[in-house]
Design a binder for this molecule. Structure first.
Ligand code: PEP
Length: 252
């Protein structure tokens, strides 16, 4: 079993020089890992810096994709363009994009486009808040079901789910490993209802939300997830290096 760690740089950093520093650092540490795969998702304009030398060590991902194939869609980037630029992964439906107005229907079309192009979609799901009555479970279930609407069973194993409770993103503390484990089971159960057990078992479920080098080990080992989606710590070269080494040590 290999763990997967995906770094979401969001709209950072502001200079090419800083981007180059992060890329060099991640590639260097990735060359020392044995059980952990790394994906870097920089802003589009830095993708070419990350692709090229050392590209085999760290896979490249994008942070979004257009649902259309090509055409008059100002500001959009197509799945074909991403593939041509070296992207093997794309984050879809991040809560920050959902907050800008993306809904499950649009997100499902983005997932489908990525799959058609042979790019692995990293579908982000997660409840906004937690209520005592457990209604957030239904919110999560519907988000997963509707964001995967129309996705053929044969493609299911290529999808990655990033469970990211919105309240834990950009926060002080991550969710506790016990709650992560409980929710990861619920996510897998929902995937089983959609695709059947055999296919669902092949889908990687990651956790994201305030992961850093200090809490990564317990989240992965006790949270029963297949890896992490990391925001802030992924653009901190030293912290991300320690995080990757810590995750890699879990199976060694
Ligand atoms: C994210 O936005 O996907 C994320 C996990 O951010 P952070 O790690 O900074 O909470």
């Amino acid at each position: 079993m290999k763990y997967l760690v995906i770094g979401n740089w969001k709209m950072n950093p502001n200079t090419k020089a800083e981007a180059q520093k992060i890329i060099a650092s991640v590639k260097k540490v990735a060359s020392q890992l044995s059980t952990t795969s790394v994906v870097m998702c920089p802003p589009y304009v830095y993708m070419s810096l990350a692709y090229g030398k050392g590209a085999s060590l760290v896979a490249l991902g994008a942070q979004d994709v257009a649902p259309e194939i090509q055409g008059s869609y100002t500001g959009e980037v197509s799945a074909t363009m991403l593939r041509e630029s070296g992207a093997a992964y794309v984050i879809v439906g991040h809560s920050e994009r959902r907050a800008m107005g993306e809904n499950d229907e649009l997100i499902s079309r983005k997932v489908a486009r990525a799959l058609e192009e042979g790019i692995i979609p990293v579908l982000c799901v997660g409840e906004k808040t937690r209520d005592k009555e457990g209604l957030y479970m239904e919110e999560l279930r519907l988000q997963i079901k509707n964001s995967l609407q129309g996705i053929e069973q044969k493609h299911a194993h290529k999808i990655i789910i990033a469970y990211e409770p919105v309240w834990a993103i950009g926060a002080k503390e991550a969710m506790t490993p016990a709650l992560i484990q409980e929710t990861a089971i619920f996510v897998r159960k929902t995937l089983t209802d959609i695709f059947g057990q055999e296919k669902a078992l092949k889908i990687k479920v990651l956790y994201g939300g305030s992961v850093n080098f200090r809490n990564a080990t317990e989240i992965v080992s006790q949270g029963s997830v297949d890896g992490l989606l990391v925001g802030r710590e992924s653009i901190n070269p030293l912290g991300f290096k320690d995080l990757l080494i810590a995750v890699d040590e879990i199976i060694k």
